[in-house]
Ligand binder design. Structure first.
Ligand code: SF4
Ligand code: SF4
Length: 391
């Protein structure tokens, strides 16, 4: 294994660790935003430009995955990184060496599409409340508040434990078989401009890359890997002693160290630019005013113009106070006055939930942000409390 290639794996783990702490909830937000888009499409009020401030994570992840494949999964997703570390630790400590049969593996990979379809059907039929408390992501995101997780996300916590056990034996167990976001990425990454080429005629009987593939792909029978189940961990490139697999961008061979640095820079760039644009639009009030202009989804309730305070209970029983501005009988702005919520969760919903309420002119049809359900509810309840005073 060459020194240069080994450095790529070290680089990947460093990026994973940094993003685990810097952007721990991007995968949760991205999936929550996907659900919001689906809900808005069903209701016939989806307007991408107006909704963009609340769709940053999903938009960035989608653009990035269409262009570069599933680097998001292999390098940036906190839950995927956690899966990696559990498997590495169990291999080292428990000396596990379980190999699932290729046939069973390829069948189980379809489960994630079933889970995605099921979630969308629940949303379509307005029964998505059934899923509350069942998400292992929610349990994982709030695990530091263990007692709350046990009492409020009990089923999600049980799923999380089962996923951990599965992951001890099968690398990327959740990503391979269960992740609904991974299902979306798997479908859209098939058109990415980045691929790994690996001419099999140079392989002979060697199966080193197959045996080392994070996602259990049958690499011995594939010449080109473009998206799909591949998470671009680049371990196949790393382990091949013949240096047969290569990264290609638009059919041009690219040095893998350069490619991975380029991809990390692109992700940081897209995420940074989009967030910057978002914060400017929020500062200028574009998001809220545009949403108000287009909104026709009033619940038929007349509100008196003015500013109204309201309170709601958020995560861990913390009180959230908001001020709701009514203008021309419409919800025009929702500002946080104070909150006792956990800052890490609150920052994930502080802009998203008010924008959703404003764009739908409703508190009842707003989906909570997965991973910050109680923080979302704090804002929704506080807004409703204020609206009751404005009727
Ligand atoms: S498959 Fe899902 S959990 Fe795994 S890395 Fe991708 S988004 Fe994250
Ligand atoms: S094919 Fe290569 S880059 Fe893709 S998941 Fe497998 S080892 Fe990683």
């Amino acid at each position: 294994m060459s020194k240069k290639i080994k450095e790529i794996q070290i680089f990947r783990h460093i990026i994973q660790i940094i993003l685990f702490f810097l952007l721990p909830g991007v995968y949760i937000l991205a999936f929550s935003e996907l659900k919001s888009i689906f809900q808005m499409i069903i209701r016939g009020n989806f307007n991408f430009i107006q909704s963009l401030p609340g769709l940053i994570e999903f938009t960035v992840a989608i653009i990035f995955t269409i262009l570069m494949g599933r680097f998001f999964c292999g390098w940036f997703c906190a839950f995927g990184s956690f899966n990696d570390w559990i498997h590495i630790a169990s291999k080292k400590i428990l000396k596990t060496d379980f190999k699932i049969s290729e046939k069973l593996d390829s069948i189980l990979k379809y489960i994630k599409y079933g889970i995605l379809a099921l979630i969308l059907i629940f949303i379509l039929t307005g029964k998505n409340d059934i899923l509350n408390g069942t998400s292992p992501w929610d349990a994982f995101a709030q695990i530091t508040n263990f007692s709350t997780v046990i009492s409020t996300i009990t089923i999600g916590f049980i799923f999380l434990i089962l996923i951990l056990i599965g992951n001890i034996f099968i690398e990327r167990f959740f990503c391979r078989y269960l992740c609904p976001l991974g299902a979306v990425f798997s479908l859209i990454s098939k058109i990415s401009i980045l691929k790994i080429s690996k001419p099999t005629e140079k392989c002979g009987n060697c199966r080193i890359c197959t045996n080392n593939c994070s996602m259990g792909l049958k690499l011995y029978s594939i010449d080109n890997i473009r998206g799909g189940e591949c998470i671009n961990c680049l371990r196949c490139v790393e382990t091949c002693h013949r240096e047969n697999p290569h990264v290609n961008i638009i059919n041009t061979e690219v040095n893998s160290a350069t490619a991975s640095s380029f991809v990390v820079a692109i992700f940081a760039g897209i995420y940074g630019i989009t967030n910057f644009g978002n914060s400017i639009s929020i500062q200028k009030g574009l998001a809220s005013s545009n949403a108000v202009i287009s909104s026709t989804v009033s619940q038929g309730i007349k509100y008196k113009d003015g500013d109204y305070p309201g309170t709601g209970i958020g995560f861990n029983g913390g009180t959230t106070k908001v001020s709701v501005t009514i203008k021309n009988s419409k919800i025009n702005a929702i500002k946080t006055i104070s909150t006792e919520d956990t800052p890490d969760f609150y920052k994930n919903v502080e802009n998203i939930i008010p924008n959703k309420i404003i764009s739908t002119q409703s508190t009842s049809s707003v989906d909570t942000v997965s991973g910050a359900t109680y923080s979302s509810k704090g804002i929704i309840d506080a807004t409703q409390n204020a609206l009751n005073k404005a009727k």
